[in-house]
Design a protein. Structure first.
Length: 146
């Protein structure tokens, strides 16, 4: 998966400054996952959010303008090859239909919104090896009858 040039610029500046996404969360006032989505051009920022981000990273105002534009979202039509991203793909292949069935049991016929949505990544310390905890929360949208 190739990343846009603007993403490479943003990530290089982040690394050069020694900042984490959690550090940027404190500056921008948005969740670290959302900030990463903006940097990977999967979300768009307001002018204020983009200005805070590029100022903190020491980048030009032209980059801030680009971060306010509506992005082209998604990974594309191919199976992801990055091992971590592929695991999420694999999880959906294995647990996608069971998740759908359980959601339909609890809510009825509909979907979980990816627009009215939050995503948090937490680290759980464990003696057998630290665990990644991903919490997704999306508004339930029932299918409309007409």
């Amino acid at each position: 998966m190739s990343v846009p040039e603007i993403t490479q610029t943003l990530l290089a500046a982040k690394q050069e400054k020694g900042l984490s996404f959690a550090d940027l969360e404190k500056v921008v006032g948005r969740d670290e996952v959302w900030i990463a989505a903006v940097m990977y051009r999967q979300a768009s920022a307001s002018e204020d959010e983009a200005s805070k981000l590029v100022f903190t990273l020491g980048l030009s105002p032209e980059i801030a303008k680009a971060l306010t534009e509506c992005p082209l979202k998604g990974l594309g039509p191919v199976v992801p090859t990055d091992p971590l991203i592929y695991r999420f793909y694999e999880i959906m292949q294995i647990y996608g239909m069971p998740l759908k069935a359980v959601i339909h049991d609890k809510f009825g016929d509909g979907i979980m919104s990816a627009i009215d949505f939050t995503l948090d990544v937490e680290k759980e310390e464990d003696l057998k090896g630290d665990r990644v905890k991903v919490v997704m929360s999306g508004k339930f949208l029932p299918y409309k009858k007409w």
